[in-house]
Design a protein around this ligand. Structure first.
Ligand code: 4NP
Length: 159
């Protein structure tokens, strides 16, 4: 949860594929770089509340060293807009849903995750109804954006 240290909330639709992957990857990379920052994730819908991440997401992530089995799905709540410093959407639909709910004076906290990435993709595509390749692509994009976002935070702290 958010406290005095910088905090990031990753948001997708279901909170069982993309955003828990982003939480795990980002937290791991921050730790590896000795950057003190807390990560959490949530979904705009509550279909899978209380469930662990999708098995396919867990398997693909674990192969690259990211453990996700301790994570549990939850829905975005109004207090998240107050508590977190960065609220990061996986795709444009997630971003629109967040913009519709977020108070006007907190809209500056909302970001599209791939705005921090080198990739030509604008959004992290929803892998839920696709095959394993989709989960590999999601992980590639999330690794790229996590590095970029950590670079951005380090740079911000220097200014
Ligand atoms: P996520 O993927 O938004 O990356 O967690 C989805 C998970 C579940 C569903 C849709 C997308 N669903 O429709 O149940």
């Amino acid at each position: 949860m958010a406290d005095s240290q910088l905090s990031v909330l990753f948001v997708c639709l279901g909170n069982i594929c993309r955003s828990p992957t982003a939480e795990a990857v980002f937290a791991t990379k921050a730790q590896q770089r000795n950057i003190l920052i807390s990560a959490d994730s949530a979904g705009t819908m509550g279909y899978h509340t209380g469930s662990p991440p999708d098995k396919r997401a867990q398997e693909v992530a674990l192969k690259r060293g990211y453990q996700m089995k301790h994570l549990r799905c939850r829905r975005v709540q109004d207090d998240d807009f107050v508590q977190f410093d960065y609220i990061v959407a996986m795709d444009n639909a997630n971003m629109s849903d967040l913009q519709a709910r977020c108070p006007a004076d907190l809209q500056h906290k909302l970001h599209l995750f791939l705005s921090f990435a080198q990739s030509d993709y604008d959004e992290v595509p929803d892998p839920y109804y696709g095959g394993r390749k989709g989960f590999e692509l999601v992980l590639d994009l999330i690794e790229d954006a996590s590095e970029g976002m950590l670079d951005h935070i380090v740079q911000r702290d220097k200014e």
